[in-house]
Design a protein around this ligand. Structure first.
Ligand code: BTN
Length: 266
């Protein structure tokens, strides 16, 4: 570690992403950027479908609900993908978050024999702690999507000491849970490949091919949860996920609620 707490790029444990390999994959690489998602927004009009930006470090990393996203250099994957789905309706765009989470968790589990899960709507979880998150932003009109930015943050090679005190009880990394250091470049390239394949399937066949996978990976499927939104709350059992990505919750009176926003408290 260097003075001031930022990571030493020379420390072998924190090797940089391989810019040559990223270039070959047409992934734009920043050493430091405000936010990879903001970088995409700035260039969206002139950029192709699946244009991807990754950064070693973000100094204005953005999380869901206006939160900051802790994005130190050399140890995580902070990247965003531009999607220009010509046929997708705005009401179905929420599925992009759900598919992104399920595909990443499934990919990690199959490739590295871990047991990561997802937590509706956008968390990646490993052993009860947050491994990563997805922030999907849509630009367009009520009836037509201009473009979508899928922003992904994945904690990869962080050690416990690399997290600020506030995050230590809540966050984890692949290294912390497996004791292995991961080649982040390879990981990014393989995750991106899996995602692009999934998005193509989604555009052609809708959410149906991902429905069961999502329910299997989702932490709260079949469990009693409490959802909080705008000062309100709802307690009930998660029984399904609707076609357009709403969580289907049955309350104690047997009423069914299709929930599109909010946060699970437990
Ligand atoms: C969350 O769980 O709150 C979502 C976190 C999303 C973070 C990623 S990191 C890459 C992309 N750029 C950002 O500024 N945010 C997303």
């Amino acid at each position: 570690m260097m003075a001031g707490g930022s990571m030493d790029y020379q420390d072998k444990k924190y090797c940089l992403l391989d810019d040559k390999k990223l270039e070959a994959e047409k992934i734009l690489y920043y050493r430091t950027v405000d936010s990879t998602s903001l970088a995409i927004h700035r260039n969206a009009a002139l950029s192709e479908n699946y244009y991807t930006v990754v950064a070693e470090e973000q100094n204005k990393g953005r999380g869901r609900r206006g939160r900051d996203w802790f994005s130190p250099p050399g140890c995580g994957l902070w990247f965003s993908i531009l999607l220009k789905p010509s046929m997708l309706k705005p009401e179905n765009a929420q599925a992009i978050t759900l598919i992104t989470g399920a595909v990443i968790a499934n990919h990690l589990n199959e490739k590295y024999e871990i047991s990561s899960t997802i937590k509706w709507p956008n968390d990646l979880i490993l052993n009860g702690k947050k491994l990563g998150g997805i922030l999907t932003e849509m630009k367009g009109y009520q009836t037509k999507i201009d473009y979508i930015v899928a922003g992904i943050g994945l904690n990869v090679n962080q050690k416990p000491a690399d997290f600020p005190e506030l995050l230590k009880p809540l966050a984890t990394s692949l290294f912390i849970e497996t004791g292995r250091l991961f080649d982040r470049t390879e990981l990014l390239i393989s995750i991106r490949k899996a995602l692009l394949k999934a998005y193509e399937i989604f555009y052609r066949q809708g959410f149906a091919p991902f429905h069961n996978l999502w329910l299997e990976l989702n932490e709260t499927t079949g469990k009693i949860i409490t959802l909080i939104w705008s000062g309100k709350s709802l307690t009930g059992k998660v029984i399904d996920l609707s076609e357009n990505g709403s969580l289907v919750v049955e309350d104690e009176h047997g009423f069914i609620h299709n929930v599109n926003y909010g946060e699970i408290k437990n």
